[in-house]
Design a protein around this ligand. Structure first.
Ligand SMILES: O=C(O)C(=O)C[C@@H](O)[C@H](O)[C@H](O)COP(=O)(O)O
Length: 388
């Protein structure tokens, strides 16, 4: 199946303001801004978090801040402080860090906590944390009373560049990642790049895998930029890092605006490397490997498969490998076992009419959605990144 090209009518609208960048995810009545700021929380003007929340929701009188227990004293507190002067009742819920919180058990507890704090359809859920918190809180928001308003405040690089944007929410099942969920768009994504200062290095690197992904799937000049600037990004140099975040969000906003619910195939490109990655995460045990680490290895497997099928060049694989390595990410996983991974991959959400489809690279900046891939080639691609 070919992937529809980027539509000419949709683009990520970007508006640089004083020290902020605003990107619009264009979804008609459900459009929303991604605000990329630097420690502006608490400012009473329109660019502060409270001001943005008011602009996005108007009538907000009850905010439920769902935050990662590990960051409750820093990022979450900043958000709470910024709301302190507002006429808004605040409820707080903490969720333990880590992928294991994206479970049916924790979701059921969260529903009860929402009931206990008196959430109603005029409340807003504010998710403060990484992808786990955003996905879980977003799915709770999507389902409680059939839908609460929702705001994303990502505090990890991965959440800033990927999971907070686009409305994919959900939880894992033991046999498959993100198997239960909903498309539920936030009203606002608030990115304070200063949150990255205290992010553990391993988490930061994990986010870089998704950044690199955008270069491979649809933005070749950005891939070149990353090759040149990876050292500055690793040092978290503010301007370069901010550019990488903003460019990634523009990519994601463009793709989501083209195909919000992954129906035309365009949005599937965001899944590059993920068919392998989700199988790695599920077979390793959730939380053993960070999502971005699994995505880095998954992109390697996908590129090897692309080379084997004659879809892309060795040179593409070489450049991707070099960038992933320069970004301090793993390229292989010694325990990758095709016998365990292939059955998990059969539950991939890109399966159509019982057939698995892979997002595979054609050239840097372009991928295709490929069906009918012989299983022995999939096994070979897994093996090629398990034994080195
Ligand atoms: O937003 C999307 O669409 C993506 O596929 C982005 C992925 O990076 C992200 O990990 C997503 O949550 C995976 O979704 P899934 O549908 O494969 O579970």
């Amino acid at each position: 199946m070919s992937i529809p090209p980027r539509s000419e009518s949709t683009s990520a609208r970007t508006r640089p303001t004083n020290n902020a960048t605003e990107i619009t995810v264009d979804l008609g009545q459900r459009s929303y801004p991604i605000c990329i700021e630097s420690s502006a929380t608490g400012r009473p003007d329109e660019s502060g978090f409270a001001g943005r929340l008011r602009a996005a929701l108007g009538d907000c009188t009850h905010a439920i801040v769902i935050q990662d227990a590990a960051i409750a004293t820093s990022a979450g507190q900043q958000i709470l402080d910024s709301l302190a002067g507002e006429d808004i009742r605040i409820s707080e819920i903490e969720v333990a860090s880590g992928e294991t919180s994206k479970s049916t058990d924790r979701l059921a507890e969260l529903w009860s906590e929402l009931l206990d704090c008196g959430a109603d359809r005029r409340s807003v859920v504010i998710a403060v944390g990484g992808g786990v918190i955003g996905d879980l809180a977003g799915f709770a928001a999507a389902t409680f009373t059939r839908g609460l308003r929702f705001v994303q405040v990502p505090t990890t690089l991965l959440a800033m560049v990927d999971s907070s944007v686009g409305g994919k929410t959900g939880i894992n099942l033991p046999g498959g990642k993100n198997m239960v969920g909903a498309f539920w768009q936030p009203h606002l994504v608030w990115i304070d790049t200063d949150f990255l200062a205290t992010l553990p290095r391993r988490e930061y690197l994990s986010g870089l895998a998704e950044v690199i992904k955008y270069g491979v799937i649809e933005d070749a000049p950005f891939f070149d930029y990353l090759e040149t600037n990876i050292a500055a990004i690793l040092e978290r140099e503010p301007q370069t890092t901010r550019h990488a975040i903003s460019r990634s969000c523009q990519s994601k906003a463009r793709v989501v605006a083209d195909d919000e619910r992954e129906t035309t195939g365009r949005r599937a490109i965001l899944n590059y490397g993920h068919t392998f990655a989700h199988a790695i995460e599920a077979t390793a045990g959730y939380g053993v490997m960070l999502h971005g680490e699994a995505v880095a290895i998954g992109m390697q497997m996908a590129a090897s498969l692309g080379v084997d099928l004659g879809l892309c060049s060795d040179e593409l694989l070489r450049r991707q490998t070099a960038l992933i390595q320069a970004a301090g990410l793993p390229r292989s996983w010694a325990e990758a076992d095709p016998a365990k991974m292939v059955p998990v991959m059969a539950h991939d959400k890109k399966v159509a009419h019982g057939k698995l489809r892979f997002v595979l690279p054609q050239e840097i900046g372009s991928v295709g959605l490929i069906a009918d891939v012989p299983q022995e080639k999939v096994v070979a691609a897994i093996r090629s990144w398990s034994d080195r």
